[in-house]
Design a protein around this ligand. Structure first.
Ligand SMILES: Cc1cc2nc3c(=O)[nH]c(=O)nc-3n(C[C@H](O)[C@H](O)[C@H](O)COP(=O)(O)OP(=O)(O)OC[C@H]3O[C@@H](n4cnc5c(N)ncnc54)[C@H](O)[C@@H]3O)c2cc1C
Length: 375
């Protein structure tokens, strides 16, 4: 039987960060990854540029068990220092988004791999389907023993958490966060492919729940774009009571808009918005009854759902903070640590989710290598 001091399940963002840190300790470390290669999702992040953190980290951008996230992040050295220790230079753009200097997600993956794999063993194509607590440690898939286990297998369907469920952990049913919002096809189809700068507001029962400014994209039956995605986790709680309202001319007052539009009062309806909006937007506005300015400032889209889990950038839900200690060790099995998206923590767009992946990995790595009370 193969034996390790620390086994990490999942070679994604948090698993690789944990591996980079714990493998420095001289312990025998294994990374078991179900895919053929480590960190493949990282390559897709930030449109291939990897928005690896946010500066400053607004702690209000975390949801789920946000208190746990805030406590762990407050102790963390920060992405710039963490990656500097791996030899990766980071830059922050004007919106506070932190990227690798190379502007390529591959550099982040390479820096993590180079730090992790001189010392840690990598076992690709290995899906952890069973964990058995034994002798204070864990038997993985019946054939690998590890004194400590770091679960870094990400989010996804409840079935992805199977081994944790079997050893007594509760899984808060995962649901999509950071994904397109589904709405009336008849409203969005004519606008398919268009993008507008807007203030995007989620409203239920006449109350604004959250409001974001950014670019909205119209799709065939859905709205997307960062600001829409940041509203999407509300759909689970409010369902079809939710309405997305767009102000597609947020820099103009109603009076200013009226003045602009009135200059074309004599034009055909679809031409009245020329100079302000793209033609198809103007045509859509012209088809609607009522006050055009009211529509421009409060264009309402009824919400019918979200894109499925598989299309979400992040899944909310996972292992609740109530079952974890502050160092992310399990209250049920002290030598088990649970990190990254597997924990019931999710963040807004802008680098918050990867920041949580790194910070939670650092916290667990520190605890897993420091604690002497273990076999
Ligand atoms: C398209 C896209 C773009 C994104 N862009 C950004 C961004 O720019 N900034 C940002 O902050 N966040 C972004 N995110 C979110 C971010 O990628 C995740 O929050 C982050 O990867 C979570 O890290 P993790 O280690 O918890 O999980 P993951 O990175 O998902 O890693 C989990 C790993 O575990 C493996 N695994 C799963 N189950 C098992 C098992 N049973 N046994 C063995 N291995 C297993 C998986 O194959 C995977 O490699 C993006 C997500 C997507 C999908």
């Amino acid at each position: 039987m193969e034996k390790f001091d620390i086994a990490i399940i999942g070679g994604g963002a948090s698993g690789l960060a944990a591996a980079a840190l714990v493998s420095k300790s001289g312990k025998r470390v294994l990374v078991a990854e179900r895919g053929a290669r480590a960190g493949q999702k990282l390559l897709m992040t930030g449109n291939g540029r990897c928005n690896l953190s946010h500066s400053p980290l607004e702690l209000g951008a975390y949801h789920g068990d946000a208190e746990l996230a805030r406590a762990v992040l407050a102790k963390w050295e920060g992405a710039e220092r963490f990656f500097a220790s791996l030899g990766l230079v980071c830059v922050t753009d004007g919106d506070g988004r932190v990227y690798p200097h190379s502007n390529a997600a591959a550099s982040v993956l390479d820096a993590l791999r180079l730090a992790a794999f001189p010392n840690a063993a990598f076992m690709p194509g290995t899906t952890c389907s069973d964990i058995t607590p034994i002798d204070g440690g864990f038997l993985i898939n019946g054939g690998i023993f590890a004194k400590k286990l770091i679960w870094a297998a990400g989010g996804g369907e409840t079935s992805n958490f199977g081994p944790l469920g079997k050893i007594g952990h509760t899984i808060i049913t995962p649901f999509p966060s950071l994904c397109p919002i589904i709405t009336d096809k008849a409203l969005t189809r004519p606008l398919k492919g268009l993008r507008v700068r807007a203030v995007c507001r989620a409203e239920a029962g006449g109350k604004t729940l959250k409001s974001e400014r950014g670019e909205v994209q119209f799709n065939d039956g859905s709205l997307s774009g960062i600001c829409v995605m940041n509203l999407s986790r509300l759909v689970r709680d409010y369902g079809n009571r939710l309405t997305v309202s767009l102000d597609i001319a947020p820099d103009f007052t109603p009076g200013e808009l009226r003045e602009i539009i009135n200059k074309r009062a004599g034009c055909a309806p679809e031409d009245r918005f020329t100079g302000l909006f793209r033609k198809r937007i103007g045509a859509a506005l012209a088809q609607r009854r009522g006050d055009a300015v009211g529509l421009i400032k409060d264009w309402r889209f009824p919400v019918t759902g979200t894109a499925p889990l598989g299309k979400a950038q992040v899944t909310a839900g996972g292992v609740p903070a109530a079952e974890l200690n502050g160092d992310l060790s399990s209250k049920l099995h002290p030598n088990l640590f649970i990190i990254g998206e597997a924990v019931n923590v999710d963040g807004d767009c802008g680098g918050y989710n990867l920041a949580w992946a790194w910070a939670s990995a650092a916290e667990a790595a520190r605890a897993a290598t420091r604690r002497q009370d273990l076999p």
